[in-house]
Design a protein around this ligand. Structure first.
Ligand SMILES: [Zn+2]
Ligand SMILES: [Zn+2]
Ligand SMILES: [Zn+2]
Length: 765
């Protein structure tokens, strides 16, 4: 009898990897272990995994494991569970949550992204009988900052920026109570023991107020500019229904046109000024709460200065207790809520730095006294129908990995290109893409990039074997890759920019070979020239350029990117009446007539660099139609052209002109130019977009047919253009091909690090 009993009990040693720390996993394990009558322990480890040991009958353990898989907490992501059965040692009397261990053997697990305030915490925030009523930093096991507060692993309070706040008796009781929602919640705090918010003038002098957050809301409504410290950095905020504060903000920020994101009170309010589909509403209210680009209503009553000359507006909903409280005492439907980053610098995170760098921009500061460990901007998403097109993958997404279909035994780091940089770390079949870092233009952003590499490899316990970077020899990221390669003694693999775009598409969908259309503003070509309208064949070994847009002159190099009339001048050079037109437009050139004369001379000599960029062609059309004469932010002319085209039709219906594998763009631009007085700007803008989409689709299909492949994909920044994307999709699918775009990775350069990593992983196989 005794012998049988001994044989029938076991000890199971279980390792759960994935996103299992910071999501209420230990309390969950505690509950199901107790429920199944299993003694043992659970603990976090330094490699972000959770270790569980239980002892009991095989049946009880099986049941426990079943519940572990099926009833896991909503934020948990399980990538792998390994269970090792050994003889029961009868070591435990009960089940406990043990102190975490520093042990770090495995890689590929990570802590979760920040999670916006949950419904239960929101109810408590409003409940006068609750201890945390009106407490701005109310969080629980299911919500609150995670990635932005973590300094190291395991995810325990001492490793977070909550370390300086010791729990009061009340919070401590909840923290230790297995039946409580805050059982082992590392961010638990209340007004008595937790972070405190306070209001200051723009030179940092404290202002006496009982209710600093609601007072800040009132100041915003009155038209003041307030810098607000959030979870991942500072926002600069102001009212949305009046134009003066936004005009003032634009002036002090030296940001004449770039759209500002706004935060609206609730989804019903959003519907009053923008069109919101069911999918968009779901995304707005999801626990990620990204900025969603929505179409403005014709009767949008918010200031036009929020997103000048664009048909859409970036809107997010409140995602912390603090945000909700800002709206309490005001009738303003929304506030401008833009990342506080000085020109060319990352988002500001420290209080003193904020006073020094934002003090001249803002009227007040709404601070709190909790430090920010990881800087993190808001994410931006656009929906094309039901398809998510991620413009900026940051708060709420990072560092959650993109799950790949295939596993690699090499750990590969991708460091991005130059603009919208992210970094990416591959561990087995999980690709960890960092938060948005920005354009790498100076030492500050470079430092942010380096720190992010350290953090991401540290948090995933990864040891880099291969580094992938851009082919451009002079990019700062390329230099960083080489210096890291020297330091870590790892090979550095340069990846052509558009190859990386298409490799990203292949990685995301688990594709072996594809004909990819990669269209953007600029990428360093395999031949050293400027590419940006490419049709590539990519497989798991390499890529081949199948075709491209016609090469067009860029008069003055980078100046042609900044002033799109220069692109138009170059493309239209052969037309007779162009010189006259340029002179009549000389007010749009920085140096007027003189500049036009120089441009004409340069073109005459033929000494100009050339590009196949799709973005530059769209820019030229935008300039000819008077939609945009100066690019003050990335993509501005093309974005404004898209907005101008929303109410237009493809009236010109210009047949695609291909010479061999080159798409003619001169005839397109010439036709737009010659028809400019005969049709509306909307119809001409639409006709230009349509031509490019139809020509790209046609050439891609011809090439795919030739090599007998039935899969075509689209990547690069131009893929954000809904009209171009849907037109290509329609033609390609009607032609009997399958068509893929990105779902989880940004089509723009925010997805390049992932694509570089993928391309390098193909080579390193
Ligand atoms: Zn909560
Ligand atoms: Zn407390
Ligand atoms: Zn690109």
């Amino acid at each position: 009898m005794l012998e049988q009993e001994v044989r029938s009990t076991l000890r199971a040693e279980i390792i759960v990897s994935g996103i299992v720390q910071g999501v209420g996993f230990r309390p969950f394990i505690y509950r199901i272990a107790v429920k199944n009558g299993l003694p043992g322990y659970v603990r976090n480890r330094g490699d972000a995994v959770v270790e569980v040991v239980v002892e009991g009958t095989e049946n009880d353990i099986k049941n426990f494991l079943k519940e572990l898989k099926e009833e896991k907490p909503p934020l948990a992501r399980i990538y792998d569970i390994t269970t090792n059965y050994v003889a029961d040692r009868r070591e435990f009397e009960k089940f406990t949550i043990q102190e975490s261990s520093k042990e770090a053997k495995l890689s590929g697990s990570v802590i979760p992204p920040d999670v916006s305030i949950c419904d239960e915490c929101l109810i408590e925030l409003r409940d006068p009988n609750n201890q945390r009523c009106n407490y701005f930093f109310i969080t629980c096991t299911n919500c609150g900052p995670r990635y932005t507060i973590i300094g190291g692993l395991p995810y325990d309070r001492p490793n977070t920026t909550m370390q300086s706040f010791s729990l009061c008796e009340f919070c401590d009781r909840e923290y230790k109570d297995p039946s409580n929602r805050r059982f082992h919640a590392q961010t638990v705090a209340c007004a008595r023991c937790g972070p405190r918010a306070y209001l200051t003038s723009n030179d940092g002098k404290h202002m006496q107020t009982e209710d600093p957050i609601r007072e800040a809301g009132r100041l915003l409504e009155e038209g003041y500019i307030v810098a607000i410290k959030g979870n991942g950095g500072f926002h600069v905020a102001t009212a949305t229904t009046r134009s003066e504060p936004i005009a003032r903000l634009r002036k002090v920020k030296h940001r004449t046109q770039k759209p500002f994101a706004i935060m609206a009170r609730d989804v019903e309010t959003v519907k009053s000024f923008a069109h919101v589909s069911r999918q968009e509403a779901e995304l707005l209210t999801s626990h990620i709460k990204p900025i969603v680009l929505l179409k403005k209503r014709d009767a949008c009553y918010l200031s036009e200065l929020i997103s000048p000359e664009l048909h859409n507006i970036g809107v997010m909903l409140p995602y912390t207790g603090l945000h909700h409280m800002l709206f309490d005492k005001v009738s303003e439907p929304a506030f401008v809520m833009t990342s506080a980053n000085p020109p060319n610098s990352p988002i500001v995170t420290e209080n003193q730095e904020a006073i020094a760098r934002l003090g001249t921009t803002v009227d007040f500061f709404l601070f709190h006294n909790r430090a920010i460990a990881q800087r993190c901007d808001d994410s931006v998403v656009r929906l094309h129908g039901e398809n998510h097109s991620i413009i900026r993958r940051s708060r709420g997404y990072a560092p959650e990995p993109v799950h790949l279909k295939r596993s690699s035994n090499r750990c590969i780091l991708g460091v991005g290109a130059e603009e919208n940089v992210t970094v990416c770390v591959l561990s087995k079949n999980e690709a960890f893409i960092s938060q948005y870092i920005g354009d790498i233009e100076n030492l500050e952003t470079l430092r942010f990039l380096k720190d992010t590499v350290d953090n991401l490899t540290g948090l995933t316990n990864s040891k880099v074997d291969i580094i992938a970077c851009d082919l451009h020899p002079k990019f700062t990221t390329t230099r960083l890759a080489h210096s890291l390669g020297n330091k870590l003694k790892t090979p550095v693999v340069p990846i052509q920019h558009h190859h990386a775009h298409i490799a990203a598409l292949m990685g995301e969908h688990g594709i072996h070979e594809i004909v990819g259309i990669a269209c953007d503003g600029f990428g360093y070509g395999a031949d050293g020239s400027a590419w940006g309208g490419e049709i590539l064949y990519c497989n798991q070994q390499s890529f081949r350029r199948l075709g491209h847009l016609q090469e067009q002159p860029m008069v003055g190099g980078d100046l042609a990117t900044r002033y799109p009339l220069r692109m138009a001048a170059g493309i239209l050079d052969d037309l007779e009446d162009v010189e006259e037109w340029l002179f009549s437009n000389n007010s749009h050139f920085l140096y007027g007539r003189k500049e036009v004369e120089i441009i004409i001379k340069q073109l005459g000599r033929g000494l100009v660099s050339r590009t196949t960029s799709c973005g530059r062609v769209l820019d030229a059309v935008a300039a000819i139609l008077g939609v945009c004469y100066e690019r003050t932010y990335e993509g501005e002319p093309a974005m404004k052209l898209e907005s101008a085209a929303t109410k237009g039709k493809d009236l010109l219906n210009i047949p695609p002109k291909l010479s061999g594998n080159v798409i003619d763009t001169t005839s397109l631009v010439q036709q737009i130019f010659s028809q400019r007085d005969n049709h509306s700007v909307a119809d001409l803008a639409c006709s230009a977009q349509s031509y490019l989409a139809r020509a790209l689709a046609q050439l891609a299909m011809e090439e795919a047919d030739r090599i007998d492949l039935d899969l075509i994909g689209l990547s690069g920044g131009v893929a954000y253009n809904e009209y171009i994307t849907s037109t290509i999709r329609k033609i390609v699918e009607e032609g009997g091909f399958n068509f893929v775009v990105h779902h989880h990775v940004p089509p723009g350069d925010g997805g390049i690090s992932f694509g570089q990593m993928m391309a390098a992983s193909f080579i390193a196989k």
